[in-house]
Design a protein around this ligand. Structure first.
Ligand SMILES: [Zn+2]
Length: 181
């Protein structure tokens, strides 16, 4: 029998996959071939060492620590997302006030502004109800004029700002996602 074939038998022996006939062939060859005998001894010694290695197990609280860290990070990032959402909404409200509500109030006159927003709103609603009841065509005209002003002057600014805020938020969310990876 060739030594290369014996090498195969040694591997089978190590795997515990050797037949009785093959084992006899191996033993017979080992007696007459020093090289294969040495290979056999080396392989069996190596397997014995591997089997004797102590089983490595992570410390008992390893998993709990890892999971704790992960959930802490999740809380932190969801709080950050909420903060970004709140800032976005505040920015939106701020620009609404600056570009839509304040110019409208200034157009309507400083005196009414001094009476306070609440009273002004009530006045406005009352006026509009009166207009609807008495001057329906004028009201429609007013609404159309208001709509035209909105479209001409403010809607572009509003859209631009809303878009900018949205892109800013998307950018921040992207940065957060990149950091999380
Ligand atoms: Zn041999």
């Amino acid at each position: 029998m060739e030594c290369s074939e014996i090498s195969n038998l040694i591997m089978k022996y190590v795997d515990g996959d050797i037949s009785e006939v093959e084992r006899k062939l191996l033993n017979k060859h080992k007696l007459s071939c020093e090289r294969c005998n040495q290979e056999f001894e080396m392989m069996t010694e190596m397997i014995k060492c591997i089997n004797e290695l102590p089983e490595v197990s992570p410390p008992y609280d390893f998993e709990a620590k890892v999971m704790g860290k992960i959930s802490k990070q999740r809380v932190r990032s969801s709080m950050l997302n909420m903060l970004i959402g709140a800032v976005g909404m505040l920015a939106f409200a701020y620009y609404m006030i600056i570009f839509v509500i304040l110019p409208f109030i200034q157009d309507a006159g400083i005196g009414q502004m001094l009476l306070g927003y609440g009273r002004f709103a009530l006045d406005l609603i009352g006026k509009y109800i009166m207009n609807i009841l008495v001057y329906l065509p004028i009201t429609i005209d007013n609404l159309l004029i208001l709509r035209n002003i909105m479209i001409k002057d403010y809607m572009h600014i509003m859209l631009f700002i809303a878009g900018a805020v949205m892109i800013f938020n998307l950018g921040l969310i992207r940065i957060i996602n990149l950091q999380r990876e």
